[in-house]
Design a protein around this ligand. Structure first.
Ligand code: IMP
Ligand code: MG
Length: 180
């Protein structure tokens, strides 16, 4: 539980998110057109709502799998160490893989996960991130698709948490501390 009082200022509305998700899915569908080998890999836990909305707009046969990597502890500061807490259930060799991430921040998580998945020799390996904070980047990496580029703010909602809270907000908002 967060130990400082804060409020959440609205940043991206549910309606804006839905429109952007639809557009991303249309591009993803076009890029992977004709495949029957697509597997969408959600990075837990932050991507769970995004991936649920995204796959429902992808007009292709699709499988879904999940992978959990640790980056943040319970605070708002990123750690460089990335550990795999839960691996995929299925094989991805020879498959078309789309990795879905909530936020690319320093880039450590996504680059680590991509290196791991690449070693398993998928046919194609592409990435879709809902949010991108390019000003925070420490590892050179860019998702193939990005929903929204945002400034260096700590955000919550639409699956994204602050110390495990606020994932259930239907919109994306920024955390503003009100004391301390
Ligand atoms: P990176 O390894 O620094 O790129 O961190 C990526 C992960 O940090 C994301 O998948 C999020 O889980 C978490 N993260 C980064 N920025 C935020 C934020 O503003 N709010 C909540 N989680 C964040
Ligand atoms: Mg994450």
């Amino acid at each position: 539980m967060p130990d400082r009082a804060y409020v959440i200022d609205r940043m991206i509305s549910a309606k804006e998110i839905a429109a952007r998700v639809e557009a991303l899915a249309r591009e993803i569908t076009a890029t992977f057109a004709g495949t029957d080998r697509l597997i969408v890999v959600g990075l837990l836990r932050g991507s769970f709502i995004f991936i649920a909305d995204l796959v429902r707009e992808i007009d292709l046969p699709v499988e879904v799998d999940f992978l959990e990597a640790s980056s943040y502890g319970s605070g708002t500061v990123s750690s460089r160490e990335v550990r795999i807490l839960k691996d995929l259930r299925g094989e991805i060799a020879g498959r078309d893989v789309l990795v879905v991430e909530d936020i690319v921040d320093t880039g450590f998580t996504l680059s680590h996960v991509l290196r791991l998945l690449k070693s398993r020799e998928p046919r194609r390996l592409m990435t879709c991130a809902l949010l991108d904070k390019p000003s925070r980047r420490e590892v050179e990496i860019k998702a193939d698709w990005t929903g929204f580029v945002i400034p260096d703010e700590f955000v919550v909602g639409y699956g994204i948490d602050f110390a495990q809270r606020n994932r259930n907000l239907p919109y994306i908002g920024k955390v503003r501390f009100t004391e301390g």
